[in-house]
Design a binder for this molecule. Structure first.
Ligand code: MN
Ligand code: MN
Ligand code: ZN
Length: 303
């Protein structure tokens, strides 16, 4: 599939058949040029490093399909909770993230996306300093890593921390300044809608952009998880929908994309379905983008 301009898009991809099939499936099945993966089974604590052969095959495949590592991302295990008040879970979370960072370095995937964590009832202040401490320990133990940790904007449910950019700032303020450059941000459109960022309205998009600029600085935004939402604004539910089939809808995404600020950020789908559905969702996005008047923002039709 040919892109009209450096439009970076892809989806969360399965790894059960091996890392080396991800670039091929991204290009041939999804029609994308960016991807997200888990780098081990996300439901188990035990992490084994990939074999040297797996690593070599992956790099050959990235080259063969002409993908840019800058547009690739690993999503951390669901078990990890860097805000956990329970010491056992906290220690396991830190150890597992260090292993995930090692795999990212082997695969040359520059970003590791993590949900900041849930305080499980201990309060946001407790959770934020707990996360900051965990990140310091992780950075101290991976001094030569090239991997940046992206804090993902989450849905405000279950004691989750990080549904506003200001909370990410509070976390970064707890991290030693020497490590602050190793932290970035990933915005999830479903989670953000769940937290009250109404991107179906111009003022809502501008408010989101202003919040990211003011609290984090624009440069921290490295990736966007592009998901529609099954629930209305501010629902705190975290249920993803296919693009155009949720409460953000095609018109909502048209408003969102009419702002040129998103132009250079890779867009990654975490919508229901598999590769064929993701291909259709990318087509939907393409249709939406082509409806945007270049005078309103950015023109996808020319680079
Ligand atoms: Mn996530
Ligand atoms: Mn997400
Ligand atoms: Zn979600």
């Amino acid at each position: 599939m040919k892109f009209d301009k450096p439009f970076k898009i892809g989806a969360h991809m399965g790894i059960s058949k091996g890392f080396h099939l991800v670039p091929k499936e991204t290009v041939e099945e999804v029609g994308g040029n960016a991807f997200q993966i888990f780098n081990h089974s996300p439901r188990f604590w035990k992490v084994s490093l990939p074999s040297e052969e797996d690593v070599v095959l992956f790099h050959q495949s990235v080259a063969q399909y002409r993908l840019d590592y800058k547009n690739t991302l690993v999503h951390s295990s669901y078990l990890i909770n860097l805000a956990s008040p329970k010491d056992e879970g906290y220690e396991k979370s830190i150890a597992t993230m260090i292993q995930e960072i090692k795999i990212c370095d082997l695969l040359k995937i520059p970003y590791l996306n993590v949900h900041p964590g849930s305080h499980l009832g201990e309060g946001e202040g407790f959770g934020i300093s707990r996360i900051g401490n965990a990140l310091n320990r992780i950075f101290i133990d991976t001094p030569d890593s090239q991997t940046m940790i992206l804090l993902e904007g989450v849905s405000p449910k279950g004691g989750n921390i990080g549904y506003y950019p200001s909370q990410m700032k509070d976390i970064i303020d707890c991290v030693h300044p020497d490590f602050a450059h190793r932290i970035g941000y990933c915005y999830d459109t479903c989670h953000g809608f769940d937290a009250g960022f109404n991107i179906t309205k111009q003022e809502g998009v501008q408010g989101l952009i202003d919040a990211i600029r003011k609290d984090l600085g624009w440069d921290r935004l490295k990736m966007i998880h592009l998901n529609d939402s099954k629930y209305p604004l501010n629902a705190h539910q975290d249920r993803h929908a296919r693009i155009g089939e949720g409460t953000i809808g095609k018109e909502g995404f048209k408003t969102f994309f009419s702002f040129k600020e998103w132009q250079d950020i890779p867009l990654l789908l975490e919508t229901p379905g598999d590769n064929p559905e993701h291909r259709e969702d990318i087509e939907t996005i393409r249709e939406i983008l082509h409806e945007i008047d270049p005078a309103d923002g950015w023109d996808w039709r020319k680079s």
